[in-house]
Ligand binder design. Structure first.
Ligand code: URA
Length: 238
């Protein structure tokens, strides 16, 4: 970013006055006075001072909800060249990162943000953010299987924490089950159903904390509402 643009965006001065500040030798980049116009800086890594006072950069926090479709990897760049969620966010110009991960073959709610602190908290088990999944599973889970899912399943990486389970549509050869968990282990939902003898046929995350898909289409994204952002912030308060 050009130095004068950076200064004006940081709220130091208007664009024109920022140029004057530079000409007057009042601006330093990484300790060196810069008087030339058009110097390019990296807001994230370069240290800019005006009158020897560091500029506080206000990074605008941005929040997006993506309805991830099946067939996309939850990463911004895939080493195998597979389709990634980045492909679906082509017109999002800010650099944002996914909060947690959905498997390639899982669809549903995926939050993206550049608020790193919030992302850390939302994925940390101690904050216990609820993730609700709709799973189409093989065959018809009986009451005992559902109770086991709710109480805790013994997986290779330990017992799962208590979960909320509801049989949405029982049937054969498949049933639909809603499962709400507060953990986020690798392929957890699939492993839980596998463990009780009802492998997942398809999986969709319908809720992440307060965030739902409402009437979105798979593959589309939207900005969070200010209410949703406030709800998330409240959730990760300590
Ligand atoms: N659990 C899974 O098994 N897969 C996901 O993508 C998310 C949760």
């Amino acid at each position: 970013m050009r130095l004068q643009k950076y200064l004006s965006q940081s709220g130091v001065a208007s664009r024109r006055n920022s140029e004057q500040l530079i000409k007057d030798g009042r601006v330093k980049v990484n300790g060196e006075t810069v008087t030339a116009m058009g110097v390019i800086i990296s807001p994230e890594t370069d240290r800019v001072e005006v009158d020897n006072r560091p500029i506080k950069t206000v990074i605008r926090h941005e929040y997006f909800l993506l309805y991830k479709p099946v067939g996309y990897v939850t990463t911004l760049k895939d080493q195998f060249g597979r389709p990634t969620i980045r492909d679906l966010l082509a017109d999002v110009k800010v650099r944002v990162y996914p909060v947690g991960r959905l498997d390639m073959d899982t669809s549903g709610v995926l939050l993206l943000t550049n608020n790193g602190e919030m992302a850390n908290r939302l994925t940390h088990p101690s904050f216990g953010v609820e993730k609700e999944y709709l799973a189409r599973v093989r065959d018809l889970p009986d009451a005992q299987a559902l109770a086991t899912l709710a109480k805790g399943v013994n997986l290779l990486d330990g017992m799962t924490a208590p979960a909320t389970v509801r049989l949405v549509k029982g049937g054969r050869p498949t049933s639909v089950v809603s499962l709400t968990i507060k953990e986020g282990r690798n392929r957890q939902v699939r492993r839980m159903f596998e463990a009780v003898g009802h492998p997942v046929v398809s999986l969709k995350r319908v809720r992440f904390g307060p965030l739902t898909l409402s009437d979105m289409q798979a593959g589309s994204w939207r900005n969070l509402t200010s209410k949703e952002v406030a709800q998330l912030k409240k959730h990760v308060q300590r």
